[in-house]
Design a protein around this ligand. Structure first.
Ligand code: C5P
Length: 227
């Protein structure tokens, strides 16, 4: 197989990360979850009193960005690249609703984006990567070899997230999950810096009526046809 950079962008809860992880495994590539970086920065802000009453203390957070070290380590049991914040495994914590509901306002901050994008570009130097996010095909790797844009209806995405929470033993009302999905879509699509949008050369995949396995198959077929 050739050395490619595969960009997978799209809305939240479309299964982008799971899809990217499986595709990477099939191709023998490295999967990089760019959203995990924004989540780790959010966790740092929450743990350091940089968010008060849902408001981010932007200047203070920006001043402390150099203190934030984010790295990934492959867990060979789960085949998942786990996220480390300043040496501590935070993979579970960054998936918490507390982090999910504050990550979009953190991700609008220009300096936070610069910091995360620089790290993403550095990690992609080796090629053979599948990176998922919101602006990989538009900003991080505008020259990616192939770009996908994954979407599905908000209701279906909320239902998926709801079931995930339920499996983790978290009981969060469906309408609250749906509100969070819609709110994040709105903030992500309307922000000034690298808003969430489909790159002009991205292939759109609406998986409202496809499960994960079917989405993987669909994307693999496109990859096989192309390369
Ligand atoms: O992909 P995930 O849902 O984990 O990303 C969490 C949040 O991080 C998104 O809702 C978005 O606000 C932000 N994000 C971003 N740019 C990326 C990846 C994620 O702004 N490339």
């Amino acid at each position: 197989k050739q050395d490619l950079i595969i960009a997978i962008d799209g809305h939240s809860s479309t299964g982008k990360s799971s899809l990217s992880k499986i595709i990477a495994k099939k191709l023998g590539y490295t999967h990089i979850d760019s959203g995990a970086m924004y989540r780790a920065v959010t966790l740092f802000a929450l743990n350091n009193g940089l968010i008060e009453n849902q408001k981010v203390k932007v200047d203070q957070l920006v001043a402390r960005l150099p203190e934030i070290q984010i790295s990934f380590k492959l867990n060979s049991l789960t085949n998942k690249n786990e996220t480390f914040l300043n040496g501590q495994n935070v993979e579970a914590q960054i998936r918490d609703l507390k982090v999910s509901s504050m990550v979009s306002p953190i991700a609008v901050i220009a300096e936070v984006r610069e910091y995360c994008v620089a790290l993403q570009q550095k990690m992609g130097k080796a090629k053979r990567i599948v990176m998922d996010g919101r602006d990989i095909g538009t900003t991080v790797y505008p020259n990616a070899d192939i770009k996908f844009f994954i979407t599905a209806s908000a209701e279906i995405r909320a239902k998926r997230r709801f079931l995930e929470y339920q499996q983790e033993g978290k009981v969060i009302p469906l309408d609250e999950v749906l509100a969070n999905v819609i709110e994040r879509d709105h903030i992500d699509s309307s922000r000034e810096h690298s808003p969430l949008r489909k790159a002009h050369d991205a292939i759109e995949v609406d998986n409202s009526n496809l499960n994960l396995e079917e989405t993987v198959e669909h994307v693999m077929q496109i990859l096989q046809k192309r390369f």
